[in-house]
Design a protein around this ligand. Sequence first.
Ligand SMILES: Cc1cc2nc3c(=O)[nH]c(=O)nc-3n(C[C@H](O)[C@H](O)[C@H](O)COP(=O)(O)OP(=O)(O)OC[C@H]3O[C@@H](n4cnc5c(N)ncnc54)[C@H](O)[C@@H]3O)c2cc1C
Ligand code: FES
Ligand code: FES
Length: 479
Amino acid sequence: MSSISFILDGEVIRINNPEPTRSVLQYLREDINRCGTKEGCAEGDCGACTVVISEAVDSKIRYRAVNACIQFLPTLDGKALFTVESLKQADGSLHPVQQSMVDYHASQCGFCTPGFVMSLFAMYQSEKPVNRENLDDVLSGNLCRCTGYKPIIEAGMNMYDYPVMGKNEQKLLDQLNALKSDQGLNMISSAGSYYAPTSLDELAELYQHYPDATILAGGTDVGLWVTKQLRELEKVIYLGNVKELKNINESSSGVEIGAAVTLEDAFEVLSISYPELGEFFRRFASMPVRNAGTLVGNIANGSPIGDSMPVLIAIAARVRLRQGDATREMRLQDLYLDYQKNAMQPGEFIESVMIPARDSALILSSYKLAKRFDQDISAVCAAFALRLDGGKVTDIKIVFGGMAAIPKRAEQTEDFLTGKSWDEKNIQQGMELLKLDFQPMSDMRSSAAYRSQASANLLYRFYLQTSSEISLNVFEACV
Ligand SMILES: Cc1cc2nc3c(=O)[nH]c(=O)nc-3n(C[C@H](O)[C@H](O)[C@H](O)COP(=O)(O)OP(=O)(O)OC[C@H]3O[C@@H](n4cnc5c(N)ncnc54)[C@H](O)[C@@H]3O)c2cc1C
Ligand code: FES
Ligand code: FES
């Protein structure tokens, strides 16, 4: 097919051969003059551009807030789009979320307001329980520079008190189901080509044929190549419609997460087996970024400061790669060769990541050091996976992000600690050895000296947290 179809305010919109990397925000503001959605940063950071996308999943509608500035227009195919203009009720009155914002004086200059409203609208439609923690999470991708957050939080806390206007979910569900298609998209325009296969075999064949194409998953990294680096992507292959890649398969050996599974969905399932990582997952980017971005995208992007890799390496995750008809598996840690170099061959992609089932002996922690709690890039990210027997270390994995060109294990420190008593003296020596494992660099996030000191301190913190003599109630650090 060479056109996309999506629903906007109950109408099916069809666009022939859209530009592959035109953003939803450009479409709204420049093509259809729908300017309620604002542009602030154009990089997924401020939330001024927040819109809601909905999809039919298991005969229900799922609503998710995303950043329109880095969401490419063709990815709307088969979905419904809601903007702040969509919220106007049939009788002209405000939506409960908007009325609550008005009544609680939650807007001053108003620039951020449509974004906040849309994040709250996604929560409202999902009927997520309203409490401070959920609200903080839902609003983690929205910045306000003048009102102050208290009234906005109050508006969110009280939004369910307002009468619900007639929702016609069934009509939308029927429309979404009618848009479903097994046919892939092949759209070629003067601005480039966009392919959206629907099956894994089709994807493998296509990528083998066009190994120079850019694979697009959630676009939360790729989007910025376009908006910030002004890169032109000639060929884009979108993974979001490949049914096999949307799967999460749970078995006695663990969980396999497909390459099109969003960070939010992946973290939800991983938090069940690894509840101690809940807080760490919550600090990954923001809700809109986690709603669009994928776990495998984070792994494939392979940034030395990517947050998921240290903990996945520590728990011995593996990746399944596919090239044409051939598949192979490897340890995640072996995927990374050097700065922005990985073991994938031309035309090869990651099909899924496999996370082993938890064993009862595992003691696990992951810490993110960044300047803000939400939506910030790590200066240092650490993961520790420990197994003890009679107070002695039988196995330890220490993995850091932000300390080398790739996410990397502290092998010398691990070797030293293995077989030793898990005690203060050995930990102090381990902290010294970390300096041999890593020679970090300075950049705008932190100095090399800070990184060295902080990484050693994190090992000590893990020791304190795990040592039976000292019981600490340690919260995630925000330096
Ligand atoms: C505001 C903001 C905040 C962020 N905060 C964080 C954070 O706190 N921590 C963090 O780690 N990251 C963060 N990121 C980065 C980003 O969200 C993650 O890296 C995300 O997981 C990328 O997934 P994606 O699906 O969006 O990937 P995409 O942008 O679609 O792709 C990323 C790269 O991986 C390749 N790729 C994707 N899928 C595959 C595949 N299956 N096989 C082979 N190659 C593939 C693409 O070609 C591209 O090179 C943030 C980004 C933004 C915009
Ligand atoms: S414009 Fe700032 S998040 Fe999109
Ligand atoms: S009301 Fe002005 S930025 Fe939020």
